[in-house]
Structure formats: C-alpha cells, structure tokens
Design a protein around this ligand. Structure first.
Ligand code: PA5
Length: 393
C-alpha cells in the first residue's frame, strides 16, 4: 500500500484558498480524462490473448538467446527499462541479458556493442508506436543487416519481433514484408502511457518480471486517483508561488531510472505552451554532495517529492539511510524547500504497478490543471522537422 504525506511540510507553503478552489475541479478533470480517446491505458485492460502471446514470445526468446536487443526511445523505452532496473541485480549475470539501444546514434557505442555480441545468440525487439522515429529506424536497419549477416533469413524471422501501431509506418511494412512476429500498441494509448502494452510487457517479461503481478497493481493503482489529483493540485499551487522546479529525490540507486521515467511523464505531458514545472531528480546520498548545496541554499524555485522505499535486509544500513533521508527533509524544509513524501514500502512488482498508475494519473491531472493537452508532445516534433530537412538536403 502506498503512503502519502503531503501535509507535514505543506502548511506554510500552500495558499489554502487556491488549493481548495482547484480541488473542486476534480470531477470535471476526471471526466475530461476518461472520455479522452487517448485514455485506453486507464479505461481498458490488456487482453488475455495479448498477454499469452507476450509470455510465449518471452519464453522463446529466453530459450534461444543470450541477448535480447530492445531498440526503442522515449515512451517506448523508458518505463520497462526503469522498472527492470529496480529488480535487476547488477552483479548477477542473467541467462538472457536485455540490452536497450536506439537512444542515441553513437558510433562508438554501436561498435562496442557489436563487438560484445560476437559469439552470442541474439533476438531483437524493435519498438516504435509511429514506426517512423529516425533513431529507431536507423538502429533497426543496422541491426537487421547485422542479423542477416549472422543468421539465415529463416532464422532471422524467428528472432526479430516488431512492436508498433496496427495501421501504418515503416516498421509495420517491415513486419509484413518479412513475416516478423508483430505486437500492437493500441491507437488509444500514447508513447509514455504504454507501460501496460507489449511495448514494455515483452522486455519486462524477458527480464523475469512477473507481469501479471505488475498489471494487478497497475489496475488497482486507479484507487489512488484522489491522492494523484491532490498531488497535482499541490504541484500547481507550488508553481503559482514561484516553485518552478520539482526535484524527485530517492535514496535507493535502483530507483534512479524510475525517477527518469517520472520526469519524462511530467515533462512531455505538461511542458507545453510556455507552461509546466521543470522536473529534475537526485539520488542520495550522492547528490547531497553536489545539487544538495543548491537545494538547501540556492535559488528558492524548487520543491521536492521524496520517494521512500524499503529495499534490502541490512537493518542498520536501512536505519542510517532513513535517518539521512529524514534529516534532509527537515533541513530542506528549514531552507524553504517544501517536501512531499510518497512511501512505497517494499517495491514488489504489484507496488511498482500501483505507483506507476499513480504517477501516470498525476501527470494527466497536472497537465489538465495547466490547461494543456496531456497526450501530445508537439515540442518533440520541432527538432525532427529541422533534422529531416537537413538529412534530405
Ligand atoms: O511519449 C511519447 O509519445 C514519446 O516519448 C514517444 O514515445 C517517443 O517520441 C518515441 O516515439 P515512437 O514510439 O513513435 O518511436
């Protein structure tokens, strides 16, 4: 069960009238949300036959591959990767290693990767809802050529999996042309909201994450809508009081990429039309010795959301880590930096499902409170337009 503490440090920072006024819009915003045609990730459940197909593919990949290459970026990449990082033991070698690529077109990284892959059995899952994203198309073509060099076409057909929309795009054409196994990201689910689709369920499943438990928590997480809305209201009131930056702070390094995932959810959903809160993150104690100075003593544009988690069994270390966390909360409060606390307890798959739904709902409500569309990302298109012109000239 998630525990929220939005009150302890809130009193001196929150304009109660403004807070109550925005709280009253809850039902209006809820209706706007659930009637939006991009809210299928909230209003619908993933089909059982889709889940079975994902599990069969994951088993086959694990039986036949030393490495699964996942080619994806943005919403098609971040959630599944971040969640896998929570459950991965970085010191333990896996029978099937999952490596994410496509986030950059770095030549040196690609060379090192291809070197590493020598003598290994490979499967590939390329994920892009549009099926047209340049970085993904380029990485996919390179890896497809590599696979065709390594295996016969018949074998490659059993080793490349395409996850894309059901209608059009380069990846759909490739799947149809070669007969690669295809998974669908439904039309009513956008990139950063597609955690409950095969885009993430397949790589997570290969990473040995129990996707049934994750999904049960994810759907149960809808019960936290009230808290997600209250959290969005507090963020909005903070912003109106000049707190333009939210720092997501964790004391467990395994949650680092999860904070990246949350940052993406808020930044792409509410950062538009000149509005929005800039999300940043800190992993402590590391960042207490860098950004910590600014947070405590610098420009007072920041408020914080601390995500507490109970991980590991060394009670003494856990006690020290908690003491540091609580001391920082007090110190920052004294330094005019308010904190909200979300305590997720032991992060099982179910709990991660719940908190994921919480943050996705909060991102939507926050965007609506800023009066922007939560489900588009027009700013992401700008660099793509300029790049296309440059590449075609
Ligand atoms: O949230 C989003 O919609 C974006 O982050 C997309 O996921 C990202 O741009 C990648 O798009 P695609 O899956 O079409 O390659």
């Amino acid at each position: 069960m998630l525990k929220f503490d939005f009150t302890t440090y809130m009193d001196s920072f929150i304009d109660k009238n403004m807070y109550n006024e925005l709280l009253e819009k809850k039902e209006e915003i809820y209706q706007k949300f659930i009637t939006n045609n991009m809210a299928d990730w909230f209003t619908k459940k993933v089909d059982d036959d889709v889940l079975s197909k994902v599990k069969v593919a994951a088993t086959k990949i694990k039986e036949t591959s030393d490495v699964l290459l996942v080619i994806a970026i943005g919403g098609s990449f971040m959630g599944g990767f971040a969640i896998s990082e929570i459950f991965n033991n970085k010191y333990k070698k896996k029978d099937t290693e999952v490596i994410y690529i496509g986030n950059s077109l770095s030549s040196i990284e690609m060379e090192e990767l291809l070197d590493y892959l020598e003598n290994k059995q490979i499967s590939v899952n390329v994920i892009s809802k549009s099926g047209t994203t340049f970085e993904i198309k380029t990485t996919y073509n390179l890896i497809k050529d590599y696979m065709l060099n390594k295996y016969s076409l018949d074998k490659v057909k059993n080793r490349i999996y395409i996850t894309t929309n059901n209608n059009d795009g380069y990846l759909k054409e490739e799947a149809d042309k070669y007969g690669f196994e295809k998974f669908i990201i439904p039309d009513g689910v956008g990139g950063r909201f597609c955690i409950s689709t095969p885009a993430h369920l397949l790589p997570m499943s290969v990473n040995n994450i129990d996707i049934d438990k994750f999904l049960s928590g994810y759907y149960e997480g809808k019960e936290y809508f009230k808290q997600a809305y209250a959290y969005s209201v507090i963020r909005n009131v903070m912003f109106r009081k000049g707190k333009y930056t939210e720092n997501f702070s964790v004391y467990e390094p395994k949650l680092y990429y999860y904070t990246e995932y949350i940052k993406q959810g808020f930044a792409e959903s509410e950062g538009k039309d000149g509005k929005g809160i800039l999300p940043i993150s800190t992993i402590n104690s590391r960042d207490l010795h860098s950004l910590g100075q600014f947070l405590q003593d610098g420009n007072k544009i920041v408020f914080e959301t601390v995500i507490k988690a109970d991980m590991g069994t060394n009670e003494k270390l856990k006690e020290y880590n908690n003491t540091i966390c609580d001391s920082v909360i007090t110190a920052h409060y004294q330094g005019n930096v308010p904190n909200m606390i979300i305590d997720i307890g032991i992060p099982t798959e179910k709990v991660i499902g719940e908190v994921t739904m919480f943050f996705m709902m909060a991102a939507v409500c926050s965007a609506y409170l800023f009066e922007v569309n939560p489900f588009d990302q027009p700013g992401v298109e700008n660099y793509k337009d300029i790049m296309r012109q440059k590449i075609n000239s």
